[in-house]
Design a protein around this ligand. Sequence first.
Ligand SMILES: Cc1cc2nc3c(=O)[nH]c(=O)nc-3n(C[C@H](O)[C@H](O)[C@H](O)COP(=O)(O)OP(=O)(O)OC[C@H]3O[C@@H](n4cnc5c(N)ncnc54)[C@H](O)[C@@H]3O)c2cc1C
Length: 378
Amino acid sequence: MDFKFSKSEEVIQKVAREFAEKEVAPLAEEIDKSGRFPEETFKKMVECGFTGIGVPVEYGGSGGDDIAKVIVVSEIAKKCGATAAILSIHGIFGQTILRFGTEEQKQKYLPLVANGGKKTAFALTEPNAGSDAAAVKTVAVSDGDDYVITGTKCFITGGNLADYVIVFASTDPSKGVKGLSAIVVPKGTPGFSIGKVEHKMGIRASQTAELIFDGCRVPKENLVGKEGQGFKIAMVGLDGARIGVASQALGIAEGALEESVSYMKERVQFGKPIAALQGLQWYISDMATRIECARWMVYRAAYLKVTGQPFTKEAAIAKLNASETASFVANKALQIHGGYGYMQDYPLERMVRDAKITEIYEGTSEIHKVVISRAVLG
Ligand SMILES: Cc1cc2nc3c(=O)[nH]c(=O)nc-3n(C[C@H](O)[C@H](O)[C@H](O)COP(=O)(O)OP(=O)(O)OC[C@H]3O[C@@H](n4cnc5c(N)ncnc54)[C@H](O)[C@@H]3O)c2cc1C
């Protein structure tokens, strides 16, 4: 058993940490307040090859694996939860094509979305199909060489900006969940339009949109995997994505702890730095303990995935634990900052808001408990 980073992982962490400090931190407050997508940061993440991590070099990616992704996403999340979410969720499209796409699809899409600057989205959720993803009502009707897609997706991260969206739609509603298929819909396809762009509590710079498909015609060559394989593709995508959300949560928690440590050394009350107060020291102890647990669970889930072992249960445990840790730690960090923590001049209230989403998306905490208990009970 070896709990150390390799030399190359240490380099990745150093590069990601510098990037987060230099490129991500300075914009975090502004993009949270404005809700603006940070185009300039996305472009720089493309230039650094962060968007291509996990995609092999021969397909235009950066190589690397899920451990590298955890490192980069968590370093960025220390400074800005929204930017980390943008990077993490962008990767799901490429991973889905890599795992289930044809050779032709890999050659067509991966160079564009890995380090080619094209944006992506993963559209599963519908107004009446959230936790119950099998209740998807969007249909893709076969018509000659095309599918004609009709339905509405909601809460889709980056859906309003994406060049390519993987849409989950039923190609055979009579088969229920076994009729679901995954289909790539490019931006600008007639019949595909953007509905409401949400105003959110946190990760405000990551856009969240409603996508409307009204007789949207795409060629059958855009089908990913086989007809009827969509639910499996979605679940496999979410398994991997949960490690990504857990990494966002881990980073937010680590960032909130760092803020607290420096504040406690500076802030003086009763004639001494508040770091001398035992009540607050115990907060730090609780925060550090929970972060340590979360960190090893996230890296273990990533390790299992990288080494080709089953990781569904471990990814669910890591996501459940890291997201609840992020909310706990961010709240405690705000408390340690007193009234200043409640003000927007400090990043704590943003961290509390950004942490909350990690308990909800890519499956809520309650759904993770369903996944974990099923795996344990058999
Ligand atoms: C900011 C944001 C970004 C998102 N990005 C994407 C995206 O890119 N792509 C995408 O497809 N989706 C996305 N989603 C959707 C997200 O995955 C869903 O919101 C989430 O899965 C929960 O579904 P729901 O909101 O419909 O809640 P519901 O399913 O209606 O849940 C309501 C409550 O019931 C609980 N509950 C439901 N079922 C059970 C059960 N069996 N046992 C116990 N409790 C249960 C839930 O935990 C929750 O507390 C995003 C959501 C948000 C908020």
